[in-house]
Design a protein around this ligand. Sequence first.
Ligand code: 1CP
Length: 350
Amino acid sequence: MSSLSPFLEAASGQEPRHTPVWFMRQAGRSLPEYRALRGEGSILEAIKTPEIAAEVTLQPVRRYGVDAAILFSDIVVPVAAIGFGIDVIPGRGPVAEHPFTSRSDLTRLRPLEVDQDIPYVIETVRHVAAELNAQDTTLIGFAGAPFTVASYLVEGGPSRTFTKVKALMYQDPELWDDLVAVLADLSISFLRAQINAGAQALQLFDSWAGALSPNEYARFALPATKHVLESVSDLKVPRILFGVGTGELLGQMATSGADVVGVDWRVPLDEATQRIGNHPLQGNLDPALCFAPVDALEDATRDILRRGAKAPGHIFNLGHGVLPETDPDMLKRVVDLVHNEGRTLAKEAQ
Ligand code: 1CP
């Protein structure tokens, strides 16, 4: 038997013992034990408390038996830690007190000094890695891709239209390039710190890349994303790149240096693998289907397992994060189905 976990087997294109599964945002508000532990207030405070952050990271592993834990953290942790002035408002998301508007704002973005700025992240990772070591569960570290982090800094908060970001890209492309270069360096330091402390895989979240056209993605987002992924290749851990609404970008994402490409629910995985080529895929159950009748949820899960078999490796996940109102029992059903039937359905479909 291989010494790799099922997650790492699938991520490296080997045949896993069972199809691995985890859920983006699995540690979040859908778990009563999370709400009980965390209470009110900014998530950034919880992240700064290693005992709480480690416990929250482990809660979904215990409840669901997922194959990976994702560190309880946020994509804005590095920019917050260097004092850009950003907080995460409950029910809303990251909000910047003074958004990034001009060249002088670059002075508010200094390099990350891991030991001084985020010692709590290192401590949390060490704690979780030690606990998971005895199991076959992989710890995933993560960071935001430069475009998606920039969108919060420039818009000042969550956005649907990305008007300020696009205005900046087109008005002052050199300033944009300088901004994403600084954010790339922050994400590189953040990822390296997590892997050095014991995380065994990494995911780069470019959640809002789907707001860009293929030309915009090629010009304004992909180069900095590539730089991040290539700068961590020496760490020899699987690198996952994920975004939402990226159907028309999947071919470019495959050239980013990512080992595994995350796919949202809009593109069936057999179609996605034609666009992506020879990479394991991660995805892609619509998180809203957890609110549908159980039969529909299970049929959709089986369909994804069959289509995922066309890729050189499949890590089951949702197509985006767990929605806060989700009934945890529905996710438990998905995990059990993927573990019990995943390999059989995949073999039948191959
Ligand atoms: O399982 C987990 O919950 C792991 C921890 C995790 C991760 C992977 C959190 C905690 N945040 C993230 C990444 C993150 N943060 C992303 C990429 C993933 C994705 O697309 O869902 C993004 C876009 C953010 C920014 C963010 N932070 C938002 C989205 C706002 C928007 O633009 O719509 C929100 C709501 C947050 C707050 C947050 N971060 C994490 C949690 C559990 C929460 C909820 C609030 C809380 O409990 O206080």
